[in-house]
Design a protein around this ligand. Structure first.
Ligand code: SF4
Length: 336
């Protein structure tokens, strides 16, 4: 069996990028293994680092919806496209905390808060900080996605106790300009560096189904795996085509290619949580089961993801029961 970088599989999310960087060729060889060999290898890596039957559950809330200045071709919230979404103002802190409490009661251990911004304005930072502090006080992990952050904003959120910052690189550097023109791939990497420098854990992944090639998907994962420190969370989304958006007519992804991408993410980033994110409503239970076998170990729970549909909790509970999966417990913070 092909042995590309087998020794790296003992690496960690925090040390995984310290070894020789992955090359695109190596990653392609792994991706193109016979399906059974690829899944066996991904499952072996997964078992070496995680309980194979535990899945981390996050809940996502849109704290400020729509009217975004960016032109992301996949997004219902961009003001550049007639998607019919009504814009709303930044939510009140008390409401966010009340929603987080409900999510905790439903079993979520991480609460993710997303705002449709290019970057947060200074006048909003106080409210954002209060949200982080309030959700943290419930004993949940906190995650935010607010667009680009500068070093000072990153430091402020770190001081408030923010655990994770989500900022997806979306696709490959080559294809990025086909999807978004209002910012660059380099802008994305700069925010990821600012967040990491501030000591916040990184959640960064991308989207499949935007008319990118398979090589673009592989290249995206290689970029993530070769960051100075690999992201602790890697969300992999399946595009939900939004009527009115630039990608409204994008053709669907081959589900087997989707599973291969999950397996490659698991192998390249052995200690990261690989999350099945948007698009689960378009996947059969069987494809989701294959994704879990390939190393996905995180999902979003709840009926909606920002503005998109998500399988309801009843469906997920039934699927977990059929597959013998269990929610992952919150990991205690390692001692300093
Ligand atoms: S993905 Fe984020 S940044 Fe892009 S348009 Fe949507 S809300 Fe704005």
């Amino acid at each position: 069996m092909l042995d590309v970088h087998a020794s790296r599989e003992g690496g960690t999310a925090s040390s995984g990028s310290a070894a020789e960087p992955w090359t695109l060729d190596d990653a392609k060889k792994i991706y193109n293994l016979p399906f059974n060999d690829l899944l066996f290898r991904a499952q072996s890596v997964h078992r070496a680092h995680f309980d194979p039957n535990a899945v981390q559950m996050s809940r996502l809330l849109s704290i400020k919806t729509g009217g975004c200045a960016e032109d992301c071709g996949y997004c219902s919230q961009s003001a550049h496209y007639p998607t019919g979404l009504k814009a709303s103002k930044l939510m009140e802190v008390e409401r966010v905390i009340a929603e987080a409490r409900k999510a905790r009661e439903g079993g979520a251990t991480r609460y993710c808060m997303g705002a449709a911004w290019r970057s947060p304005k200074e006048r909003d930072m106080e409210t954002i900080v209060a949200m982080v502090e309030g959700v943290k006080a419930l004993g949940m992990e906190t995650c935010m996605t607010l667009g680009m952050l500068n070093p000072a904003q990153s430091a402020r959120l770190a001081d408030a106790g923010l655990d994770y910052y989500n900022h997806n690189i979306d696709t490959s550097e080559r294809f990025y300009g086909e999807v978004i023109t209002t910012r660059t791939f380099a802008d994305r990497l700069e925010t990821l560096a600012n967040v990491r420098e501030a000591g916040i854990k990184v959640c960064a992944g991308g989207i499949l189904g935007m008319r990118e090639t398979v090589d673009d998907r592989i290249s995206m994962l290689v970029t993530l795996a070769n960051l100075p420190t690999a992201p602790e969370s890697v969300p992999i989304n399946m595009l939900i085509p939004i009527p009115g958006s630039k990608l409204a007519d994008a053709p669907p992804v081959d589900p087997i290619d989707f599973v291969r991408t999950i397996a490659l993410a698991r192998i390249l980033m052995p200690q990261s949580h690989v999350r099945l994110s948007a698009g689960r409503t378009g996947m059969s239970d069987e494809i989701q089961a294959l994704c879990f076998f390939a190393g996905a170990n995180s999902i979003f729970v709840g009926e909606t993801l920002l503005t998109a549909d998500n399988p309801g909790e009843d469906h997920d509970t039934a699927l977990f029961r059929r597959l013998g999966l269990k929610p992952m417990e919150l990991q205690p913070e390692p001692a300093e």
